[in-house]
Design a protein around this ligand. Sequence first.
Ligand code: ADP
Ligand code: MG
Length: 729
Amino acid sequence: MSSIRFQALKEASNRKLVEFQETGRKSVLFGANVFNDKAMKQYLTSDAFKGVQGAVQYGTKIDRKLADYIAMGMKEWALSKGVTHYTHWFQPLTGTTAEKHDAFFETSYDGSDPLEKFGGAQLVQQEPDASSFPHGGIRNTFEARGYTAWDPTSPAFIFGTTLCIPTIFISYTGEALDNKIPLLRALSAMDEAATEVCKYFDKNVKKVTATLGWEQEYFLIDRSLANSRPDLIMTGRTLLGHTSAKGQQLDDHYFGSIPTRALTYMRDLEQECMLLGIPVKTRHNEVAPNQFEFAPIFEETNLAVDHNCLLMDVMQKVAERHDLKVLLHEKPFKGVNGSGKHNNWSLATDTGVNLLSPSKTPMTNLQFLTFFINTIKAVNDYEALLRGSIATASNDHRLGANEAPPAIISVFIGEQLTKVLAELEGVSTGKLSPEEKTDLKLNVVGKIPDVLLDNTDRNRTSPFAFTGNKFEFRAVGSSANCSNAMTTLNTIVAKQLKDFKIAVDDLIESKDMKKDDAIFNVLREYIKQSKKILFEGDGYSEAWQIEAAKRGLSNFKTTPEALKARASKQAIDLFGEMGIMNQIEVEARYEIELEEYTKKIQIEGRVLGDISKNHVIPTAIKYQNTLIENVKGLKDIFGSEFESIAKEQIILIKEISEHIEGINSKVEQMTEERKKANNLTDAHSMAEAYCNNVKPYFEIIRNHCDKLELLVDNELWTLTKYRELLLTK
Ligand code: ADP
Ligand code: MG
């Protein structure tokens, strides 16, 4: 009997539920481990508190002396909660988060005067040994090392016994080495551009904040079962495994009652989230067996991104307490749904208005339409760049693989708003007559809130859908850091709003138009120019692929193809103009993402070669030997009659040999292709070679293995099967 699999099954079926009891009400626990306003008021002098507030709200600088005071208060707060270490917590260009712990504890050189020390210098800057973080050539060029620097806009928090200080990661020459710096720059560009546009409608608006509410999908698998699969451990997904007879066909999991063990895990996780100030609100089953979702109340984007990164980390740690493993991979199992991370996105003013929410008056609705149409135009003009921002080896299994959503970026707005845009497209060129304006106000712009209420048609196949008061970017991968997608989206919309302001001002000044007339005129042109991106039909259909090609929309099914847009002239110009990233920073990211793709496929290829040759083939041979023994025995007993009696066994013996031959020869060919690819020097050619010449072997090898799984005696099979991984609760 194969030991690891059966040992794991035994452990999984003997599990006792790990008890968990909440220690208090959510509202009381919320933010208890966060250095938030409440804690700051208690531990900081009023000057220090004001300093942090100014930095958060208006980006004012904090000087060294003030930093010392803030550090002192932060340290006292942390020590009062039993903290021993601090770390600068940051988001390097691959993986999600990184940290290096230092103890507060210090002594004099001779070991005397032990004390807990933490000053402004340690708060503001830390130099991790950064030489092995990906930098895409930036640091080589400048021979400079990177350092981390405090981001006061995201509050410090305690995890375990460590004070975590959210930071940016930057090279000494000023290039961003992380995901946070471009995001912060994009959010600031968005604030600037959107505030200017808001002033057409309300002079009191001083700040616009981009908001993000992510929805995190994941699988939850018994730890022993997950650990029994080398492919899950090393690649995050199963590289082989025959589909389970029962999968998601019955839809009996989706929104069903949450299994007790999973629910206990979620309650424990929710409590951790509360302490960390992550406002999780929703939990439910997803479509596939053992697949679930977690969603928070939306927040300011930088904070929401930090919270999602933190959540992904905490999910795994809490899972250990429940003998579970969290799979964040976009496609851990073939044949059942993969996981995504919908990014719900909107814009909010400091006067409390959601700019993507229609409201009661024609004037505020014109504001809504302005932001709505500008967003559509931005996605229209930069669809390829947006697609590039979510391209990874693991997300390729969803995008472009007949699964939600397609690789083609399009925008869904619903029937009602489609009609509104059609009406607006008909407005006159130049100044509008008073009658036309009245008609627009009464019958088009003024009617939006009413019509939206019954706009229940929510197209689940659209990668970028308007859902009543926000856009939902659904193509982001479940394991991704949202910052790439959010940096890109906010940058393209900021750029679009900036252009809009210039166009409207120009009509007002040079054509002597009224503000409203100018806005209607510019929006009309935008609607005409953005037709190709709007799509209301079935995004998974064959017909859409053909139609999208006719419209000239990109359809990049693989990461190497999709990534090209990340470093195109259009991208370099855009990020440069908006002050988000310079050419070096843009190109560095492109290189790093290509390399990451190559490495992921390389590892998958090696692991698949290993398990198919070292697990599958030996098992198949063992079973084949049993069959051979059986046939020999039958021959002994029945003599020449044996051929008809042992007919089926003989067919099986031959079939097994064919699959073994298939695996061996394909693994060999795949290895040859890897060798060839490794000899390439250019990152893009290498990624393409892995994509086009190495990866195609995965399916062929897998098919042979999966066929063998069906043929071979269950007792001999060493790899934990799909039904065991997916249906064990
Ligand atoms: P689903 O897509 O699963 O049907 P919803 O459409 O209700 O669920 O989306 C809920 C998500 O949308 C939540 O994460 C919520 O925080 C987020 N959300 C709601 N309003 C906004 C907003 N103005 N800005 C950003 N995110 C928002
Ligand atoms: Mg959603």
